[in-house]
Design a protein around this ligand. Structure first.
Ligand code: C5P
Length: 279
């Protein structure tokens, strides 16, 4: 079985505070993107383990991969012994704040729900997903949503419009755990959030300030994007390291992509994408 696993972008991300369990409470408007990995699942009758192959050799293909953890979690939560082969065809860069690994994991949970014919309700799939990682539940339904708690509370919503994006992933990633710790250790928690309204959405990201303070290339990139004529909004996605520009049309995103590629060279990964309303 083959499934599409979309990237996400955080249109807004507010970090509300640190919790007793070490995680942070957040409130985020997230949307899936047309930029997708493909996840292929083959169940082997009688097998009780999953093996993983991946088109990107820099992605760990062992039990620490979220896709394998998701398969295990599904099997444990349902009490159905499962095993087989998972293949990830990667397009979404990792360490990028685009949720690629989490989306692959959610695709595995959605796929196993169909392959086993268990037909569990979405709420049950979301609770299995929450056991795999904070960003995984968002990818179960496949549309835009307000995400709260540590990521497990999903309120589906419609975006006011479709957005066209140019995404730039520099040749380094940012650890999510580090970004939240940097937020907690910085004064940014007390700073008024910097937000910009465009297309009926208040765009903001509380992790930007602490991440930009350490990864000095990112504010430079963000500034460059802001100076381009096609850019309506420039922001970082999630905990980074991807920065993106929102453009008025898909053609504007393409023309900005060509200029960004000429400016930055091929050590940066540059993508155009649009928000999607369903899988
Ligand atoms: O849940 P996940 O394993 O993806 O989170 C990675 C790390 O990011 C956590 O260990 C935690 O340090 C941080 N995190 C957080 N609050 C969240 C989500 C993630 O502090 N809501």
């Amino acid at each position: 079985m083959k499934l599409s696993a979309p990237a996400k972008v955080n249109l807004s991300l507010r970090v509300l505070g640190k919790r007793a369990d070490g995680y942070h409470d957040l409130e985020s408007l997230m949307a899936p993107l047309s930029l997708c990995d493909t996840v292929e699942i083959d169940l082997h009758p009688g097998a009780e383990n999953f093996s993983l192959t991946c088109s990107d050799l820099t992605v760990p293909a062992d039990d620490s991969n979220l896709a394998v953890m998701a398969a295990r979690e599904f099997s444990t939560a349902t009490g159905v012994p499962l095993g087989g082969q998972i293949h990830l065809d990667k397009v979404i860069p990792h360490g990028a704040g685009l949720g690629g690994g989490s989306s692959d994991a959610a695709a595995v949970i959605r796929g196993l729900n169909v392959l086993t014919d268990l037909q569990l309700p979405l709420e049950k799939l979301e609770s299995i997903a929450a056991g795999v990682g904070s960003d995984v539940p968002f990818f179960i339904r496949g549309g835009a949503a307000w995400v709260r708690g540590r990521g497990e509370r999903i309120e589906p919503c419609e975006l006011p419009q479709q957005f066209f994006l140019l995404l730039i992933k520099p040749p380094f990633g940012v650890s999510t755990a580090w970004a939240y710790a940097a937020w907690a250790n910085s004064k940014s928690a007390e700073d008024p959030p910097s937000s910009t309204t465009f297309g009926g959405v208040q765009w903001m990201n509380d992790l930007e300030a602490p991440v930009f303070r350490k990864f000095l290339l990112l504010p430079v990139l963000n500034q460059w994007l802001n100076e381009q004529p096609e850019t309506c909004i420039a922001r970082m996605s999630g905990s980074g390291s991807t920065v993106f520009a929102v453009c008025p049309t898909a053609a504007d995103a393409e023309s900005l992509s060509a200029r960004a590629t000429a400016y930055l060279g091929n050590t940066f990964q540059i993508f155009t994408a649009s928000t999607i309303s369903h899988l």
